[in-house]
Design a protein around this ligand. Structure first.
Ligand SMILES: O=C(O)CCC(=O)C(=O)O
Ligand SMILES: [Fe+2]
Length: 307
């Protein structure tokens, strides 16, 4: 059993499992859709151009090196304990927005390769949200389990998340986790699905819908109460994880012994035929669910400050 902790608790062997790898063709829409339906996710290995993914990694970490947060060589993503980010002209919002709009990064998240895969997964031409979440996650941190649907549902109810590791990400670096079978936890899903997001999408309401119930206990206790395992894997640059809005996910803790920052990005895709006018996620200045756009993201905070 490799090192894996979540919320500072070691995961017992029988509570951990490997994510199932998709081994079919990336062109086989029926198979992809049936896997997504069965597991709630599809794990693709080595489908993105590794060099492009690593170039995007370097692009982001160079920006963090410029503000003193990672050491040289930037591509290694090793954290310092300093930051000059609060002094950048334009402020934290504009800094994070410009990092999130880097051309190498966008070439991966909004390029043809991912667009084509997502179109096949969705079974019709796909369109990406303009807003996306770049996540440099330092040692000691993790993402709590949640469903994505409440955040993104409103104008399209068919959003899917593409989670991309920007760099090799072993378990100890705290990659994404999925709660096995959570796409069938109907007692949690039904109330989320039935909410009318078009008439009430206040940030507090959707945060509560996404996070509250799964976090009444720690993740291990929660998973055990559902007789489910916590699934993850060691990711490699080039891998891609796609999941639906009703798949409970979070992340392992970053426990890197060398202070490596885990870098990933999550971007939403929906059918292009659904409305693309939710100002929270589309346009040149998307507001995000809380209203402050890129400035509200965890990634907008200097790495040495608490979230
Ligand atoms: O990368 C993470 O820690 C969380 C990502 C996430 O919540 C998502 O991809 O929807
Ligand atoms: Fe999420």
């Amino acid at each position: 059993m490799p090192t894996a902790t979540v919320q500072q608790l070691a995961i017992p062997d029988d509570s951990f499992g490997e994510l199932t790898e998709y081994d079919g063709s990336t062109e086989d829409s029926d198979l992809l859709r049936s896997q997504l339906d069965e597991h709630g996710y599809v794990l693709f290995r080595d489908v993105m151009d590794r060099d492009e993914v690593l170039a995007a990694r370097e692009e982001v970490f160079r920006r963090l090196e410029e503000v003193g947060e990672v050491k040289a060589p930037a591509i290694d993503g090793i954290k310092t304990n300093q930051s000059r980010r609060p002094e950048v002209s334009g402020g934290l919002h504009d800094f994070w927005r410009s990092v999130s709009e880097g051309p190498a990064l966008r070439g991966v998240t909004h390029g043809l390769a991912l667009h084509d895969i997502m179109s096949i997964v969705l079974g019709e031409p796909a369109r990406a949200h303009d807003m996306m979440y770049v996540r440099p996650v330092p040692v000691g941190r993790s993402t709590k389990p949640h469903y994505d649907f409440p955040f993104f549902a409103r104008r399209s109810l068919r959003i899917h998340t593409a989670w991309i590791p920007f760099g090799d990400t072993p378990l100890e670096d705290g990659p994404l986790l999925i709660i096995e079978g959570s796409n069938r936890f109907y007692d949690l899903i039904d109330p989320i699905r039935e909410h009318d997001y078009d008439s009430n999408y206040a940030d507090a309401v959707i945060q509560k819908a996404a996070y509250e119930k799964p976090n009444e206990t720690d993740v291990i206790t929660f998973a055990r109460s559902r007789r489910a395992r916590i699934l993850s894997t060691s990711f490699r640059a080039g891998d891609l994880l796609v999941f639906g809005g009703f798949t409970l996910h979070g992340s392992l803790d970053n426990c890197s012994p060398i202070d490596r920052v885990r870098l990933s990005c999550d971007v939403r895709y929906q059918p292009a035929s659904d409305p693309c006018d939710d100002e929270r996620y589309f346009g040149a200045n998307p507001t995000g669910s809380h209203g402050g756009g890129y400035g509200d993201m965890k990634g907008a905070k200097p790495l040495n400050e608490p979230w």
